[in-house]
Design a protein around this ligand. Structure first.
Ligand SMILES: [Zn+2]
Length: 275
């Protein structure tokens, strides 16, 4: 009876987690703090002891962007990773500087928009799919990241309204319309043109935004954007993201870096965060 109780107690202190490793930082002489995103538990901070020792068997399974199966022991303050097994290494993302700089941007954005221990399986699926796209040599990384940004905004509760005027609710006509960051979507010319805080949206740009928001990735992946529309799309989404992150104030340091996105490319911004 006693041993049975003890066994049950042990099981309760251990749990399994399928998780994406978002980032890591060194702690003490041989340990690392990991930020992971689990399908069932959301974002968590875990302690991986001894992983910087050469003989560590866990280390290779706990690299950033790896999708791994973890066995975790509940700790007093931090939970401990006791075993790790790679499910999907996303090897090309890790080995290619260009692709990993996109991936750093993707995970930082997820980090900035989420709080600890707030489960979000749709966001987990979006993150996993996006890292898979960045790992896929046939996919356009910029398009994969734009798709991710729009869908992340939706999951975070900031989905921009792209089909109707947010003021009069009329369907938008095929002409130059306006985007209001503050009102969370588009305005018709009658309500948007005279406001000082709106951004003019060309018809091609609005069409691309709608396509990204409403279509499956398999369809979006076939898009070929002109450099001009691609640049406008990147700048618009960056402004939209900065605006909403600023209001939620979850990650001021990241926000500071992201502000530069409006002028620079994500590659350059993300590359500054490389280890
Ligand atoms: Zn209107």
């Amino acid at each position: 009876m006693d041993s049975e109780n003890t066994g049950q107690g042990r099981r309760q202190r251990l749990y399994r987690l399928s998780a994406l490793i978002l980032r890591r930082r060194d702690m003490g002489e041989a340990d690392r703090l990991l930020t992971v995103f689990g399908r069932d538990r959301g974002k968590l901070t875990l302690l991986a002891k001894g992983v910087r020792r050469q003989a560590s068997r866990k280390a290779g399974h706990l690299e950033p962007f790896t999708y791994a199966e973890l066995l975790i022991a509940k700790g007093k303050s931090l939970d401990l990773v006791t075993q790790a097994e790679t499910i999907e290494p996303h090897r090309r993302v890790r080995e290619d500087l260009w692709r990993s700089s996109w991936a750093y941007y993707v995970v930082e954005l997820a980090d900035a928009f989420t709080q600890e221990a707030d489960p979000n399986d749709l966001l987990f699926d979006l993150l996993l799919a996006t890292l898979g796209r960045l790992d896929d040599l046939s996919a356009d990384p910029a398009l994969a990241v734009r798709y991710y940004e729009l869908h992340l905004l939706a999951l975070a509760g900031y989905q921009p309204q792209l089909f109707r005027c947010v003021q009069c609710n009329e369907l938008l006509k095929p002409e130059v319309n306006f985007m209001s960051l503050d009102s969370g979507g588009c305005l018709c010319p009658r309500h948007g043109a005279s406001r000082g805080d709106t951004i003019a949206l060309s018809l091609p740009l609005l069409k691309v935004l709608r396509y990204l928001q409403s279509r499956e990735w398999a369809e979006v992946a076939r898009l070929r954007l002109s450099p001009e529309v691609s640049r406008q799309l990147e700048a618009l989404l960056a402004r939209y993201i900065v605006y909403h992150l600023e209001r939620s104030l979850r990650s001021p340091a990241f926000l500071e870096k992201l502000r530069k996105v409006v002028a620079e490319t994500p590659r350059e911004v993300a590359a500054q965060q490389m280890e």
